[in-house]
Design a protein around this ligand. Structure first.
Ligand SMILES: Cc1cc2nc3c(=O)[nH]c(=O)nc-3n(C[C@H](O)[C@H](O)[C@H](O)COP(=O)(O)O)c2cc1C
Length: 300
């Protein structure tokens, strides 16, 4: 069993708490924000305090925080206070090193498109340009800026309403969905760590939506307290809408090699273990019904 470190933010330096927070609230997507100041000077900086918070109206929020180090504020915050517009560009793996370069603390007025080697593509509805290399970009109006404090480390929530989206055609699949493998997104973790959503790192979990799973509490105890099945296995089992019927269970027995295992009445523990292992293999293939039919052969 794990032991826990219990930490109060008031008993810890903000630098340490900041580091723990950013380490565990991870991975975080990255808003690569392009803004302009009142003189039209362009700025481009990454922010991983970022997410989508609604789709109608479509809302993105990111936070240029006060520096923990010296409580100074970021040029991006000053810019959105001066000109209430921003383009939020999405960062993929091909852009990650240049994006990191753009996060250097250059003097105000320095254009990080130039410093980091990105191409400025004029926006249609807002003044800040978008990053041509980005797989997606959102032209936004800044509706509100909410400061969450005045000390170093405090956030400034920049609430952005999307006016126009630009999405690279080749990341949209035949079903008109975004193909995550083609997006090849990167996200920020603690310290210098990043992660790449690509290859085996991407997997699917069918979402229940309107379906209502039976829940853990309706999983029979001999299955729920299995020494073979994990929390993920039980989560899949609990997501079924109804247990198979007696007829389905009997039919499954006659069809499968399971018959042989179940007839080994001398060793009920071995039967249980064997059935749970088979069920686990079905779950690995996403065959939840078959897993249930296997598990319910015990004590039938
Ligand atoms: C991937 C990444 C994510 C970052 N996320 C944030 C963030 O969410 N909030 C923040 O204040 N700074 C964040 N930073 C640091 C800013 O990008 C950095 O302070 C930058 O110099 C700010 O630029 P500006 O002063 O031109 O706005 C991040 C840096 C990187 C590389």
């Amino acid at each position: 069993m794990s032991s826990f470190r219990t930490i109060s933010p008031t008993d810890t330096t903000s630098a340490v708490f900041h580091s723990y927070l950013l380490g565990v609230v991870a991975p975080r997507p990255i808003a690569f924000a392009s803004t302009v100041d009142s003189q039209g000077k362009v700025n481009l900086s990454p922010f991983s305090f970022f997410n989508v918070f609604g789709s109608n109206p479509p809302i993105l929020i990111f936070s240029p925080s006060r520096r923990v180090r010296d409580n100074t504020i970021k040029h991006t915050l000053e810019n959105v206070q001066e000109v209430k517009e921003v383009v939020i560009n999405i960062v993929n793996y091909a852009m990650v090193q240049q994006m990191s370069l753009a996060s250097c603390e250059y003097e105000k007025g320095v254009n990080e498109f130039i410093k980091a080697g990105f191409s400025e593509e004029p926006s249609i509805l807002v003044k800040p340009p978008r990053v041509k290399e980005a797989p997606a970009a959102f032209e936004c109006r800044v509706n509100q800026i909410i400061a969450t404090g005045t000390e170093g480390g405090a956030g400034n929530l920049v609430i952005c309403e999307i006016l126009l989206a630009h999405i690279q055609e080749d990341i949209i699949n035949a079903k008109n969905q975004i193909d995550p493998q083609k997006l090849d997104a990167v996200a920020r973790m603690g310290n210098d760590w990043y992660c790449r959503a690509y290859g085996d790192a991407i997997f699917s979990v069918p979402k229940p939506n309107q379906k209502k799973g039976i829940g853990f509490d309706n999983i029979p105890a001999q299955i729920r307290y299995s020494t073979v099945l994990t929390g993920n296995d039980l989560g899949m089992l609990g997501n079924i809408e109804a247990l198979p019927t007696k007829e389905e269970i009997s039919e499954f027995t006659s069809q499968s090699a399971i018959q042989e295992i179940v007839t080994n009445k001398h060793n009920s523990l071995a039967v249980k273990e064997a059935l749970h292992q088979i069920a686990k293999a079905y779950l690995l293939e996403g065959k939840v019904k078959e897993a249930w039919l296997t598990l319910l052969q015990e004590g039938k």
